[in-house]
Design a protein around this ligand. Structure first.
Ligand code: SF4
Length: 208
């Protein structure tokens, strides 16, 4: 089983519920969307590493990682690879987190991934693409927020009846300057709606 990756690396998880955990990141190479605001747009569609499952598990073990982040691009475009990882990591003492835009459902064999955590980051500016929203059991929803997309974000949350304790909002930003510009607005809205606030450590501290 080969994994078409744009990159793999070790770093701190910068966003969401597992912020601050030193993690091994696998970044799949492609996405079903092409969002105008995409911080990995330069890597979409490019396979820089074709890794075997055995190499991935060896790297995880050799580096003593306790947390694996599977990201993209869109990992759900690669269900066979996800399934293989599910089997290979079962029984290892690591937690697994998948970042997805939530527009694709998993194939049946993957529905049993009850021990994996999902960060669903819906693209509200592409909301026509969503008839349903993938909703696994262990999940949070991440929304990059700014004054420009606030109304669309609230409409999306209402449409799919997402509960506030599952929502993490973070400043919509590709740079530290944009992060600072939107941070207070996002904090205020998080307090107003009782959403969770997520920082973006990779921008604040120049993590990868
Ligand atoms: S869904 Fe995410 S990875 Fe895909 S194009 Fe949009 S921002 Fe980029």
């Amino acid at each position: 089983m080969q994994f078409p990756l744009s990159e793999y690396f070790s770093s701190f998880q910068g966003e969401g519920k597992f912020t601050g955990i030193y993690s091994f990141f696998l970044r799949f190479s492609d996405c079903n969307f092409r969002c105008g605001f995409c911080d990995t747009s330069d890597r979409l569609g490019k396979v820089n590493h074709m890794m075997s499952l055995e190499d991935i598990i060896k790297l995880l073990k050799d580096n003593g990682h306790r947390h694996l982040v599977i990201t993209g691009g869109e990992p759900f475009l690669f269900p066979d690879q996800l399934h293989a990882l599910q089997i290979a990591t079962d029984g290892l003492s690591i937690s697994v987190e998948v970042e997805t835009n939530g527009s694709l459902d998993l194939k049946d064999p993957l529905r049993g991934m009850s021990n994996w955590h999902f960060n669903i980051s819906p693209k509200v500016w592409n909301s026509d693409a969503y008839e349903d929203l993938y909703s696994p059991r262990k999940r949070i929803y991440k929304f990059p927020l700014s004054p420009d997309n606030y109304d669309a974000t609230v409409a999306f949350i209402d449409r799919f009846e997402i509960s506030s304790e599952e929502i993490y909002v973070m400043p919509l930003s590709a740079t530290r300057k944009e992060y600072d510009k939107h941070a207070k607005f996002v904090c205020d809205k998080a307090i107003q709606h009782r959403w969770n606030f997520s920082s973006r450590l990779q921008l604040l501290h120049n993590f990868k």
